[in-house]
Design a protein around this ligand. Structure first.
Ligand SMILES: *Cc1c(COP(=O)(O)O)cnc(C)c1O
Length: 642
């Protein structure tokens, strides 16, 4: 299916625009750039700003050998940090005076050109007792940011005296505003300024940062001065192009990002509008060529969502005629009958289109991990066995009610861990044998064990946490960590224990979803609100319906991860456990949620917590039914596309 996604099969996609992001290709692009630069002793900062600082994209770059990330927005820096990206972060845009405190607290290095800002950074860093590193930007003629070369020495003299800041490098940015091309001359000038600065003030500059993707042709031609030891590369990694001529860069993919949207009208109509022609909706008077009747297609995407001029149909037989706010018009005549209503033609994006699509809330971002289709990934995840572990008494209580028989009836072989209590290594072992660990325990401390086990097997996983409580309680944190009320916060890096802190690199708050929330402490609410965890309260479920909530939840948890951990506390269900509540999920809603999870094929581990061996028979029997639904038993018997 070159050039389009099939209509309405397999993974249901929203009808609107979707940007698919192929992390494998980004990783390979990064590797190609990093290895070229390494040959020239150049270190590369991967620039994520066109991808809005999306942590999955940054991780793909890091897998490809990138050791530093450059970002221009603080908001994106926070997004990266919250997802456990702990490499050096460089703030690319000159800092605003109003944000110096936040900057010294959250970025390692900032690019600077204003003395008063550097003084303010100095004050902010000094108050915190830290040293903030700066790279001085020189304007070598592109006329965007940078110190005018004549001003460099006098400015440096003042900066050297400041506490709290240290000049670690000098850099320049070309081909951004003025379109000035990096050459041996202007790069040579940068090196000379660096050497002069080093000599005058007896400093050693670690970074001589010679620009962005537009510096690659000079580098490849062998004419880059040797002293240039750093580049900040965005477009060449994300879109596989250098930026002087926008030629594809050897060894990279140009289609790591693809945009698609749905064909909502397909008709044969004239190529020439009928009637007197004035300005269109955007104040432009167009001219049209009469080519007789053509087949015109309309897609449900427009200028509101994306920079239309930056799109190029993957199927080269399609041609973009134009667009209004919400409609994109295509000439599909050359494609004959191969397109039909409901199809989703694919488009390559240029930098401007990528930036706009990433920033549009209406464009769904769908992350692919492997080359090939999402369906393909699903089959690879299919497991044949279930491995039971957890607390002996709870396991026995479930077994007494037919846990093993139930699982066997839906096609799983059941294995039981030998140790009496779940361990991370046991969970990891079960996963390595392609079994789904089912962990049964009294409280969420066992979830942390499960997370650790899964993190030993997968670099990135998502979490769906079915609980009436958030596990974010600050008061819980003071008690034994990970016990019940603060387990989720501990897993996301808010706790003190180093064992759990490393989880942050595998589980991002951005891939964490709470479903069924109905009790939060005030302080907990605040922590949760800042955490980037997506919490669906019972109120949200009433408004959206459980199907939509689980659908969204799966999408969030699966985005850029290799599988999902499902944690289930039966108290999330109404009228089930001792924590009697009429407000929780209904039995039907719970079954539906579990069946959708089973159908997604994404569940790698499940835990069920909060039951005591002596709990009533009814609680165990009902909970067992929910577990079986999550493992694929059809109770409601419908098919749900997720
Ligand atoms: C955006 C930016 C880059 C990266 O530019 P690309 O053309 O995407 O490689 C590098 N440096 C600075 C200062 C930037 O703002």
């Amino acid at each position: 299916m070159p050039g389009k996604l099939p209509a309405g099969q397999g993974f249901k996609i929203m009808s609107g625009p979707v940007l698919t992001i192929d992390l494998e290709k980004i990783e390979k692009n990064a590797r190609a750039i990093v290895s070229l630069c390494r040959e020239h002793n150049i270190k590369v900062a991967g620039v994520t700003k066109a991808a809005c600082g999306m942590p999955q994209v940054a991780r793909a770059m890091i897998r490809g050998g990138i050791q530093e990330i450059g970002e221009s927005r603080l908001e994106n820096i926070h997004r990266l940090r919250a997802s456990g990206i702990n490499c050096t972060l460089i703030l690319l845009r000159i800092p605003p005076l109003s944000e110096v405190d936040e900057i010294v607290a959250s970025v390692d290095i900032s690019l600077n050109s204003e003395l008063s800002v550097i003084k303010a950074l100095s004050g902010a860093a000094d108050r915190r007792g830290i040293v903030h590193k700066i790279i001085l930007m020189l304007d070598l003629g592109d006329l965007r940011e940078g110190i005018w070369p004549d001003d460099l020495m006098p400015m440096a003299r003042e900066i050297i005296e400041l506490p709290g800041v240290r000049i670690v490098g000098i850099g320049t940015n070309l081909t951004c505003y003025g379109g000035v091309i990096p050459t041996r001359d202007n790069m040579g000038a940068l090196v000379e300024y660096a050497r002069a600065l080093e000599a005058r003030y007896s400093v050693k500059l670690r970074y001589i940062s010679g620009g962005n993707s537009s510096s690659l042709p000079l580098l490849a031609s062998g004419k880059m001065p040797e002293a240039i030891n750093h580049l900040r590369i965005g477009e060449a990694i994300l879109l596989g192009r250098e930026t002087v001529h926008r030629n594809p860069w050897p060894g990279t993919f140009q289609d790591a990002f693809l945009l698609s949207s749905e064909l909502i009208e397909l008709k044969e109509k004239p190529s020439l509008p009928i009637g007197e022609i004035g300005e269109n909706a955007f104040g432009v008077k167009n001219t049209f060529e009469d080519r007789g009747n053509i087949i015109r297609g309309i897609l449900n995407i427009g200028r509101e969502d994306v920079n239309i001029e930056g799109l190029r149909p993957v199927d080269r037989r399609l041609a973009i005629l134009g667009a209004s706010s919400n409609h994109l018009l295509l000439d599909v005549t050359a494609a004959g009958t191969s397109l039909k209503l409901g199809d989703r033609p694919l488009f390559e994006v240029n930098y401007a289109a990528l930036l706009s699509a990433m920033n549009s809330a209406d464009v769904q971002k769908k992350v692919l991990l492997t080359e090939g289709s999402a369906e393909h990934a699903l089959h690879a995840l299919h497991a044949s066995g279930v491995s039971l572990s957890g607390e002996r008494g709870v396991i026995e209580a479930f077994k007494k009610r037919g846990l093993e028989k139930g699982l066997e009836a839906i096609g799983y072989q059941v294995f039981e861990a030998e140790e009496t209590i779940a361990s991370a290594s046991g969970v990891k072992l079960a996963l390595s044998k392609n079994r789904i660990p089912l962990i049964l325990g009294r409280d969420h401390s066992i979830s942390l064990t499960g997370f650790l086990g899964l993190s030993g097997q997968l670099d990135a996983f998502g979490l769906i946490w079915f609980d009436s409580k958030a596990g974010f309680s600050p008061s819980g944190m003071e008690q034994k960590e990970g016990q019940g009320r603060s387990a989720l916060a501990a897993a996301l890096g808010y706790g003190m224990s180093p064992a759990f802190r490393e989880l942050k690199a595998h589980l991002s708050p951005e891939n964490t979803v709470i479903i069924g929330l109905r009790e939060v402490e005030p302080q907990e609410e605040e922590l949760l609100a800042h955490s980037r965890v997506r919490a669906f309260t019972m109120g949200n479920i009433d408004e959206l319906g459980i199907k939509e909530v689980v659908h969204q939840g799966l999408r969030i948890a699966a985005s850029g991860t290799r599988g999902i951990y499902v944690s289930f506390r039966p108290a999330v269900v109404a009228n089930l456990t001792e924590e009697e509540s009429m407000e929780g999920l209904t039995f039907r809603e719970t079954h539906l949620a579990m069946e959708m999870i089973a159908q997604s094929g994404l569940m790698k581990v499940m835990d069920v917590v909060g039951l005591e061996p002596g709990d009533p028979d009814r609680v165990f029997r009902k909970t067992l039914e929910f577990i079986l639904s999550a493992f694929g038993k059809k109770i409601l018997g419908k098919i749900y596309h997720v």
